[in-house]
Design a protein around this ligand. Structure first.
Ligand code: KG4
Ligand code: ZN
Length: 348
């Protein structure tokens, strides 16, 4: 079966065609995965402007879907379903993809599958690597999320912990902004960090041990927090009068990156041990980070646990991962009614 995936939750308009392979170990193959990025539009504002994002999705959606079908050598009549991101994300952006998917599925007589954006990120691991050993602990780390999930059975995702404040990608973007490095911050800081000394300055690390008032059902000690670190960078920049040399900026980038990566890796491995995971994964935009990938690999090898990341193209938002998660749901007998609504805070 072939499925069309559509993703418009933030600032990328994406459509993809994914097919089932019939191989249980490697269930899906990408036929096409088209991403129209809005980064140049939002760069000017230093972050995503929701109103501009939804307007651009409207302009791009038809062309992006057509391109995905042409690149995937697929006609509407060959498709078996349409999968679309239902949430979470920017509601005005989600609505464009969802309205398009409903209209297209209805016109083509296809079932609709509403997909959780984070299920898509988790399934990007399987799309790229094939099925991974379960139980697995997966860290989703992006501009909007930093959460740990336990996957005991395919398609079942159990939240273990999350950030109490900023997402890691958001911290990257904010720190880059206050260092005058532009948007998005992740790739720039990643590049600069390689040239800096990651011990040159002193910045605080955060370890949360107390229970979160807002989510007492989560244990709390696997939670993340990045706003203190961001504020510490802000203070450092201010006390240096905003006149930092290129060398100092590289040192800040390297130190910031070391602390963020150490934090993410430690919680992931702690959770892996606690839940007796047979594999560990990292997905989402920040999983493109070079230090995070390298440390995951070396730690995994040292602890003799298999580790997985998606390809760089599947790390950031894309529709192929939504199509894959859609196929997983469809094969479990789950489709969506045509009156589902976009949900900015959809629970997984
Ligand atoms: O998953 P994604 O495309 O969108 C969301 O769902 O948020 O993630 C985008 C985030 C941005 O915050 C960006 O700065 C970050 O991923 N990012 C990186 C790197 N590449 C992208 N962060 C750190 N290092 C990178 N190499
Ligand atoms: Zn994402």
């Amino acid at each position: 079966m072939l499925i069309l995936g559509i993703e418009t939750s933030c600032d990328e308009t994406s459509a993809a065609v994914v097919e089932e392979t019939g191989d249980v170990a490697r269930p899906w193959a990408i036929r096409s995965n088209v991403v129209a990025s809005q980064v140049p539009i939002h760069r000017e504002w230093g972050g995503v402007v929701p109103e501009l994002a939804s307007r651009q999705h409207i302009r791009d959606i038809c062309g992006v879907v057509e391109r995905a079908l042409v690149d995937g050598k697929t006609s509407w009549s060959e498709l078996g379903a349409v999968a679309v991101t239902q949430g979470p994300g920017l509601v005005g952006s989600l609505l464009i993809g969802l309205a398009f998917a409903k209209a297209a599925a209805s016109a083509a007589g296809l079932p609709l599958v509403g997909v959780h954006h984070l299920a898509g990120h988790i399934e990007s691991l399987v799309l790229h690597n094939g099925e991974i050993p379960l139980p697995a602990v997966v860290l989703i780390v992006s501009g909007g999320h930093t959460s740990l999930y336990l996957v005991q059975q395919p398609g079942r995702y159990e939240l273990l912990s999350r950030t109490r404040d900023d997402a890691a990608g958001e911290a990257y973007d904010k720190v880059a902004k206050l260092l005058g490095l532009g948007y998005p911050g992740g790739p720039v800081i990643d590049r600069l960090a390689a040239t800096g000394n990651d011990r040159a300055i002193s910045l605080p690390t955060t370890r949360l041990t107390h229970v979160d008032r807002n989510a007492p059902e989560l244990k709390g000690d696997l939670d993340f927090s990045f706003s203190g670190l961001k504020t510490a960078v802000l203070r450092y920049v201010r006390t240096h009068d905003g006149a930092l040399t290129d060398r100092e900026i590289a040192d800040i980038a390297a130190t910031f990156q070391r602390i963020v990566v150490t934090n993410l890796i430690e919680r992931l491995f702690d959770a892996g041990r606690r839940y007796q995971a047979r594999s560990l994964g990292i997905a989402g935009g920040v999983s493109a980070n070079s230090r995070l990938r390298a440390e995951l690999k070396t730690r995994g090898e040292r602890r003799e646990i298999p580790t997985f990341v998606p390809s760089l193209q599947l790390s950031t938002d894309n529709a192929a991962m939504i199509a894959a998660a859609g196929l997983r749901k469809f094969r479990a007998g789950m489709t969506s009614a045509f009156d589902i609504n976009a949900d900015a805070a959809l629970a997984l």
